[in-house]
Design a protein around this ligand. Structure first.
Ligand SMILES: *Cc1c(COP(=O)(O)O)cnc(C)c1O
Length: 391
């Protein structure tokens, strides 16, 4: 594909646009039709067949960003994850998943897979031995997520693809946190890349979408199930996502830089205990991250000093908003114990190192000076309350 040689921002801006042949407008026209004239048996256009002009065009952009031949756009990240996983699994098969994984994916597996007769195992850790000890004769898929949510743990992608080849498995990654700007897993031999496009691809906290990129052969397999399950994305949102992705490269680059600065600030702050950010040399995954990521991303987590009220801290922030989602241009925080990881239960959260006071921080594109002022004023409020309480 000659356009594979184009730079990443050029792909973001230009690839996969729908040409406006009629008026020569600068941007893709939006085709909202849910009904198209019959062409032939192989090209029946219909939104649930994932093949309207806007859907097909955007899939090309995502495929090219992931250095893959083909892509599909879904109605949500979970539609992409569930459809893709189930496309490669049937009753009697087994899947090995990384233990640290997005809460919704964990729920999908533990709440639904049993009834389809699909067996699963979660790894204890992220080393090769942790994965290998779970692989069985009926294992078909190995599924990872790196950096992980919420502790930003790093899984070695070369190790994962090596295991997949050795045992004849399909390897899948949830590449949402890194985005294709920071990490191209196919370069390290991973077969299938999945995204919640709700996050960095959308980037403005105003849509819900998902995406998959892989070989044409695998896309055909995923599509076969996708048209049955019906998780396609409305053309209006496809169009909005294409618009958003034009700036993904520069947004994510700004978020990388801001996050690095904020991580260094928090890491040396006397009121902050621990910072989890793969861009810090002290992070256990830093060395591996350097070999597989072009930037360390905009996500991190941190813990306040134990005597400080993490809840009150989050409520005292003014510029940085509390938010369930992440990866928008605006900075947000969330308490995993109270939101995304409640389902795990206190015991399991403790096992995984997710403390009740852990704060997940999605760094936006604001000036870091303003973010620092906001954090300082919130800490000051918390400390004044703490000293009153202990007096
Ligand atoms: C948000 C998210 C998902 C789920 O995506 P939806 O668009 O909400 O369905 C999956 N994986 C990760 C890492 C996420 O952050």
């Amino acid at each position: 594909m000659e356009s594979k040689k184009k730079g990443v921002n050029t792909i973001c801006t230009h690839v996969g646009a729908v040409e406006d042949k009629l008026f020569k407008g600068a941007i893709s026209p939006l085709y909202m039709s849910s009904s198209y004239a019959f062409q032939d048996v192989d090209t029946k256009r219909y939104p649930r067949y994932f093949n309207t002009p806007n859907q097909e065009a955007l899939a090309k952009k995502i495929a090219m960003l992931e250095h893959c031949d083909a892509g599909l756009i879904f109605g949500s990240g979970m539609a992409a994850i569930s459809t893709t996983a189930m496309a490669f699994l049937q009753a009697g098969d087994h899947i090995v998943l990384q233990g640290d994984i997005y809460g919704g994916t964990y729920s999908l597996v533990v709440e639904q897979f049993n009834k389809f007769g699909i067996e699963y195992s979660f790894t204890e850790g992220l080393e090769a031995s942790d994965f290998e000890e779970k692989i069985k004769s009926n294992t078909k898929v190995i599924y990872v997520e790196t950096p992980s949510n919420p502790l930003l743990k790093i899984t070695d992608l070369r190790m994962v693809s090596g295991l997949a080849k050795k045992h004849g498995l399909i390897s899948m990654i949830d590449n949402t946190f890194a985005s294709p700007i920071n990490q191209i897993p196919s370069k390290f031999g991973i077969d299938i890349m999945i995204h919640s496009a709700t996050k960095y691809m959308g980037g403005h906290s105003d849509m819900c979408a998902g995406a998959v990129a892989c070989s044409k052969e695998s896309i055909d397999k995923i599509f076969h199930l996708a048209k049955n399950l019906g998780g396609s994305l409305s053309d209006y949102t496809v169009w909005l996502l294409e618009r958003s992705m034009k700036t993904m490269g520069i947004r994510v680059k700004a978020q990388n830089e801001n996050a690095q600065r904020m991580a260094e600030f928090l890491n040396t702050h006397e009121d902050i205990d621990t910072v989890y950010y793969p861009g810090l040399p002290s992070h256990p995954g830093h060395e591996v991250a350097k070999t597989q990521m072009k930037g360390f991303g905009g996500m991190m987590s941190f813990e306040l000093r134990e005597d400080l009220d993490a809840d009150l801290f989050q409520k005292s922030l003014q510029l940085i908003k509390a938010s369930m989602s992440l990866a928008g241009v605006e900075s947000t925080v969330l308490s995993p114990a109270q939101t995304s990881h409640t389902l795990l239960g206190a015991e399991e959260r403790k096992n995984r190192g997710i403390s009740d006071g852990l704060i997940r921080f999605s760094v936006g594109i604001e000036e870091t000076e303003d973010l620092i002022v906001d954090i300082e004023q919130a800490l000051a409020k918390v400390k004044s309350k703490t000293s009153v309480a202990t007096r």
